[in-house]
Design a protein around this ligand. Structure first.
Ligand code: ZN
Length: 319
């Protein structure tokens, strides 16, 4: 081919390429970075093979008091999309730069104020003692309860928001995301139905349980349960001997049958409670983090099913 013609063909090809839309990220999956493990799992479930997802806070790790590492800054800088919970759960994120769109997964969820539906003896502690010494940003402890994912129907809102964000970032995948979302929706509606039929059968004592930190207000609100908690919505708060005595008194008065460990919190106080009351250890509820792949809650749907089954076993009406 004469050189001049070759150049003309090449120029035409390049021009053609430049005006065509980019060929669907078919070979390069979308890089999604989430703040914590539950969001990472929902993003994987909706994104399937079109996304690679990394979580800054890993499975089994407590999100409260998380300190980002240099590797987290690098991961954020490489992200196409960042997904966070919002509601003050990731106060540390404001210090980290990212050029990717940041999606707030709780955007369409039904939100409770901190302390709402929490009839615990120990109200969420907003006092200065609960803060890290360097941590005076009021956004770290906002007035909203961040644990919205504990209500299955809110989890569905999370999945819808994530599907919408993935479609916006990768329009060619939107049919895949929509299909995956629909399957997810059916699973969550089934879990919600099971919670409803289980809790409909409970008496007052069976509706009241004890946990370490106030992570389950959304579950309580959704299914008319009553959680007594030892600490507020943060996991680092402590309880005084006086407050502990009050909780123990309340447990006896209400005939509480079970106290539950959480996968992220200290077990000693709860063990002390069972030694001083008639309540028994009901098992471990997963609150703010998934388990590892071999644990009982390696995915968000597994977490919801696990918590339901642990509560059902501990609270099933005796006799
Ligand atoms: Zn929490």
């Amino acid at each position: 081919m004469p050189f001049r013609l070759y150049r003309a063909v090449l120029a035409a090809l390049l021009l053609g390429l430049a005006t065509l839309p980019l060929p669907a990220r078919a070979d390069t999956p979308l890089t999604v970075v989430t703040s914590f493990s539950i969001l990472a799992d929902i993003a994987r479930a909706i994104g399937g093979e079109r996304v690679t997802v990394e979580s800054l806070i890993e499975a089994g790790q407590d999100a409260h008091g998380f300190e980002p590492r240099p590797s987290d800054i690098r991961r954020l800088s490489e992200a196409d999309l960042v997904i966070v919970n919002g509601l003050g759960f990731e106060g540390w994120l404001e210090r980290l730069p990212t050029s990717a769109p940041v999606i707030v997964a709780s955007r369409h969820a039904a939100i409770l104020e901190a302390g709402e539906d929490d009839h615990g003896a120990h109200e969420p502690d907003h006092g200065p003692d609960a803060h890290e010494p360097h941590d005076h940003d009021p956004h770290d402890h906002g007035p909203m309860d961040p644990h919205a994912w504990q209500s299955p129907l809110n989890g569905l809102h999370y999945a819808e928001t994530i599907a919408e964000a993935l479609s916006a970032a990768d329009p060619q995948g939107s049919a895949v995301y929509e299909t995956n979302l629909e399957a997810y929706r059916q699973e969550i509606l089934a879990i919600d139905g099971e919670w409803r039929s289980f809790t409909a059968s409970l008496d007052r004592a069976g509706r009241t349980v004890v946990t370490a930190h106030a992570a389950f207000n959304y579950l309580a609100h959704a299914y008319d349960l009553h959680f007594l908690t030892l600490a507020g919505i943060e996991t680092e708060g402590s309880i005084s001997a006086h407050d502990l005595a009050h909780v123990i008194e309340e447990i006896q008065e209400e005939g509480v049958r079970a106290v539950f460990f959480e996968n992220i919190s200290d077990e000693r106080l709860l063990q002390q409670i069972t030694s001083e009351t008639d309540a028994v250890i009901g098992g471990t509820l997963y609150s703010d983090a998934l388990s590892g792949p071999d644990g009982p809650a390696p995915t968000y749907l597994a977490l919801l099913r696990h918590n339901l089954s642990v509560m059902r076993q501990a609270l099933a009406p005796m006799r």
